[in-house]
Design a binder for this molecule. Sequence first.
Ligand code: ZN
Length: 301
Amino acid sequence: MEKINTGGKGILITLLLIAGCSRNTIKETGETLDITVSVVSQEYFVEKIGGDRVSVNVMVEPGASPHTYEPKPQQLQALSEAEAYVTIGDTFEDAWMTRLKSVNQNMIIIDSGAGIERLPLSHHHHHEEEGEEHGEETLDPHIWLSPKLVKIQAQNIYEGLVKLDPAGATEYKTNLENFLKEIDTLDEEIRKNLAGINNRKFMVFHPSWGYFAHDYNLEQIPIEVGGVEPSAAELGKLIAEAKEEGIKVIFAQPEFSTKSAQTIAREIGGEVLLITPLAPNWSENLLQVSEIFGKALNSKE
Ligand code: ZN
């Protein structure tokens, strides 16, 4: 019996070696930390800092909006094994966190948004309408789209991981420093890409880019009104505004309807470009978005 067991282990070790360092393999040895996050960009952040010591599980599936996503039963099942949940303060968490915590009362909550001052979510309104509907201000959840704010999130994730796994502290520190350098380089590249633009205003269906706009001195004009498609009258005003501002490109994202963006683009003789706030490769995506902005906002009359 003992001999057979030893033989079994030998085979297992060989398989592990063949599989290399694929995440599942490490996970099966029970050595990695299971970390759950809400949106895919956080997976990028946690993997950057956690390296091989973590295994990340994303709640909001690709193509879905975190503002409306409902977790699947198998995701709740998987969550019961998580050692930590890294929150970001998105509306998904407002709706689901109590339930998620009840599934796994032992997991540690790492608030990656701690210490970040949130801006009001930019609403579409015209100057003439000021004074209207300013009662309750929703705060903008899209803090993962600002490199500056991601540096704070990285620091929070780092501190959370060190608490959870002190043995990895040195590794996490090195990883954090590398990631912060990556963010600084990205920030410089974004600034270069935006250096030549002559129109700082851009129109976008869902206002995901408020912090990005704030960091890089751009102005976001959202099409969506309170989370829904604009009415015909509102659409009319947006078309007029787009013409007035010399806007030629209307941005939309794959996670939402592009219908009203297309209507506006057609009326102004412009085009619709899709940019996503939810890309697995966070760094590369922001770089691409800045290239797209650099071109779209540089249309000389
Ligand atoms: Zn959003």
